[in-house]
Design a protein around this ligand. Structure first.
Ligand SMILES: [Zn+2]
Length: 328
């Protein structure tokens, strides 16, 4: 497990901004289903960008204070769960609060100094144990190097990553906050109407069935991916966004294919292998020939295969690194 890593050096590689953007994109894309810890640590690091020494080092106390403060305010003051249950850091903080009978209405900054220290002593070691290794391995040492072992402990930013964070501090902070909020929303459903999800899916069409009809009526009666014959029932014949909707944010017929239920569910938010791109380009050429379709649906009007290829190529830069094929 990556959190078990107790130490790791700063990557010796000199980094271009593009490398660091890539790392962040990949991180945000991949970290959708983990705990809130990594975002909490990133927040703590962003808060401490100006507190480093000449070696770009921070102490675990500096980071711990900012980290524990965030969790206190989220978990105790606002009563927000950070996972399916409040284990780890959140659990340690709640326990410290109960032991010391600290009023839950206080923000961390309002706590008396000795109470702050008490909470830090309880939660700090848990943070140190579970959080640094996990984020370290996600960034492969391109964000920081660290050693959390007792007699050799240090935490040091990668010099170029540090500059990067200074330069894009507000943007990265917004991204971290967004992903943290989204994750917290999942664990604390106040209603079925998630606000962030609403904002995100505002452009999504209610139904893709008109496209199903168009595609079925033209030529496709088999799954685009596995080739299985499709029956025409809506439950079994899915309309799939070849490049995931979460990236294109638009329903264009040149990006829509018919797929069997199994392939559609299995593919989910992934980009198919190159072979299927070629297939789609070919299919779209065929679609284009059907003059009538251009009038039926103007989304084919501005289509060009180069555009699709570019989108496919850039999907990787946008964090869709893994290439999918049926049976995976
Ligand atoms: Zn299939």
């Amino acid at each position: 497990m990556s959190w078990e890593i107790s130490h790791g050096p700063v990557s010796f590689r000199s980094l271009q901004e593009e490398d660091i953007w890539y790392q962040f994109t990949w991180f945000f894309y991949k970290s959708k289903k983990t705990q809130t810890y990594k975002f909490g640590l990133l927040k703590a690091l962003l808060e401490n960008l100006y507190n480093t020494d000449y070696h770009l080092e921070l102490t675990y106390n500096q980071i711990g204070y900012a980290f524990v403060k965030t969790y206190w305010n989220l978990v105790v003051r606002h009563g927000l769960k950070q996972g399916n249950q409040n284990s780890g850091v959140a659990g340690a903080i709640v326990k410290a609060q109960q032991e010391k009978q600290i009023p839950v209405t206080l923000s961390f900054d309002q706590l008396q100094m000795n109470d702050q220290i008490y909470v830090l002593e309880k939660a700090g070691p848990v943070m140190k144990k579970y959080v640094f290794g996990a984020l370290y391995s996600d960034f492969e040492g391109k964000l920081y190097g660290f050693d959390r072992r007792k007699h050799s402990e240090y935490f040091r930013f990668h010099p170029e990553a540090h500059i990067f964070l200074l330069k894009y501090q507000r943007l990265i902070t917004d991204l971290v906050n967004y992903h943290l909020a989204k994750m917290i929303e999942q664990y604390n459903p106040v209603s079925k109407d998630f606000l962030l999800e609403k904002v995100e899916s505002i452009a999504q069409r209610e139904s893709l069935s008109p496209y199903r009809e168009i595609l079925l009526s033209r030529f496709e009666n088999q799954c685009f991916y596995c080739g299985k014959a499709l029956n025409t029932s809506n439950a079994q014949t899915h309309v799939d966004h070849f490049i995931p909707w979460s990236l294109v944010q638009s329903d264009n017929i040149w990006n829509l294919v018919l797929s069997c239920r199994t392939c559609n569910l299995n593919k989910s938010d992934k980009v198919p292998e190159n072979y299927y791109l070629d297939q789609l380009v070919e299919r779209n050429e065929y679609l284009k020939v059907e003059e009538a379709l251009i009038h039926e649906d103007r989304s084919l009007y501005n289509y060009h295969s180069e555009k699709l290829k570019l989108l496919y190529q850039y999907s990787e830069q946008n964090g869709f690194e893994e290439r999918w094929s049926p049976g995976r």
